[in-house]
Design a protein around this ligand. Sequence first.
Ligand code: G4P
Length: 511
Amino acid sequence: MSDAPVTDLSTEIARRRTFAIISHPDAGKTTLTERILRAGGAIQLAGNVRAKGERRRTRSDWMSIERDRGISVVSSVMTFEYGGCIFNLLDTPGHEDFSEDTYRTLTAVDSAVMVIDAAKGIEDRTRKLFEICRLRDIPIVTFINKMDREAQDPFALLDEIASSLALDTAPATWPVGRAAKFVGTYDILSKKLHTQEELAPTDPRMEQLAEELELAEGALPEFDRESFDAGHLTPVFFGSAMKEIGVTDLLDALVAFGPSPRSQVAETRTVKADEPGMTALVFKIQANMDPNHRDRIAFARICSGKLERGMRLRHTRTGKSFAVHTPQFFFARDRQLAEEAFAGDVVGIPNHGTLRIGDTLTENEDLKFTGVPHFAPEILRRVRLDDAMKAKKLKQALTQLAEEGVVQLFKPQDGAQPIVGVVGTLQLDVLQARLKAEYGVAIGFDNTPFSLARWVTGPREKIETFAQVNRSAMADDLDDDPVFLATSSFMMRRTQEQNPDISFHDIKQIG
Ligand code: G4P
C-alpha cells in the first residue's frame, strides 16, 4: 500500500492511525471526511463521499434507500496516507437507527474525532456516541466546525463540552476572527499561525486573539498526553470544514499524538499491537457489495502483527484454518489487494459466509477477542411471506442478512414464522429492500405481541423446563442461543422473579 520500503514491525504499527468521526447529523461529518480524504490525497474531486442528493454509491440497488433518504447506512473504511502515517478512517452511519453498526465499528478504532456544530454545541446524538466511546475509553479529538458562521463563544463551547460530557478540554488551536471574518487558526501547541490571508499585527482579529489566548492560558487546562490517551481529556480544534480551515491542524495532531494501535482485550489475555503474531477481529460483514458477484466481505481489524497475502489463518470459533488469498484495502471508491497489512489496518476478507461478526483470526493461537456485543432489539416484527414457494429462499436470505448484522433473527421454537429484531425501523426498510433486490423475495411485516427480547442463560435443565413452559415465547437466535420474548417489561420482571435460577440478558457478547 505504501511505496516506502518495508521496515520493522513496530515502526509500521506506530504509524497507523485508525479512527472514526462521530457527530450529530448535519454537524459536518461528510464535509470534514471529504476534506480529510482530499488532504490525504485519497480523492481528487470534492463530492466523492457526499451522501446527499447525488450520484455516489450506485454500487447496488438497495443503497438507493440511503441515497433517497440522504443518510449513510453503510459503514465502510477509507485508507489514505498523510504526514508519514497510514490513516484508516472508519465511516459510521449517521442515523441512530443503525447504532448497532456504529457501535461495532467503534470497537475497531483507536480514536474518534467528535465534530460539533459551533452554533449548536453538544447535541443529542453526539452525546450518545460519545458515551459509547467512553465505555471503551477511546481517546477523543474534538473539531468545532462551522466557525465561519455565527457561532457560540469559544470559551462557552469549551465549557459546554467539559460540563455536559464531564470531559476535560484543552484548546489545541484558537480561532482567528469570527463568522465571515474567520480566517484561520493559531496552533497553541506549536505556537504557529495558520491563516488564509496575511494579517497585520494591528488587525482587530489579531488583537482579539492575543487577548483571548492570554485568558485561555490562565483559565483552561493544557494538553496532557496521558489524560488524552486515557480518554479523560480532549484536545479541541476550531475550524470550518467547508472553508478548509483547521483540517490540517487536525490531521497534523493525529500524526503527532495519534494514538497508534492500542492493545485489545481477549478472553485469556491482552494482545499488544506490536506482538509479532498476527491476530484480527471481524467487526463487520457486508454482503453483495457487488450485485454481479454475490460476494461477502468480512471487515477485520488487524489487532497485532502483520497479515500477509496468502497467509493461513486460524478461525478460532470453528478451529478450522484457511488461506487468505485476496485480502483487500478500501479507498474512497476503490479496493485494492492487500499484499501486507499491519496492526491498526482494516482489511476486507472475501468469504462465503464462514466469517461472522465477533470472530477472531490468528496465525495459530487459540484466542478470542471480547467486546463486540449484540444489543437486545427494541422493535420486534414477524416476517410475512406472501409467496409460500419462497420459504426456503427467505430462510437462507434472512440468515445471511442477520449474519451481516442488518437485523437480528429469532426463530420461534414453536415453528412460527421468523421474527426480526431491530433498534430502529429504518433497518426494517433496509431488510425489505435488500430481500427484494438481492434475493427476489417480497416480504411484509406483522406486529407481534412481543416488545422485549432477552438472552437466557443458566443451568441447562432449568432452561429446558422454562422453554417448555413458555414455548410460544421462546426463540433461537442466529447462533441457536435461546431467547425469551416478553410482551412487556412488567411481564419480564415477573418472569425473572419467578425464575431465579435463570438469567435474562439484554446484551450478548458475540464471537
Ligand atoms: P453531516 O454529514 O454531519 O450530516 O453534515 P454535512 O457534512 O452533510 O453538512 C451539513 C450541512 O452543513 C451542509 O449544508 C454542509 O454544506 C454544511 N457545512 C458543513 N461544514 C460546514 C462549515 O464548516 N461551514 C458551513 N457554513 N457549513 C458547513 P447543506 O446545506 O445541508 O448541504 P449542501 O447543500 O451544502 O450540500
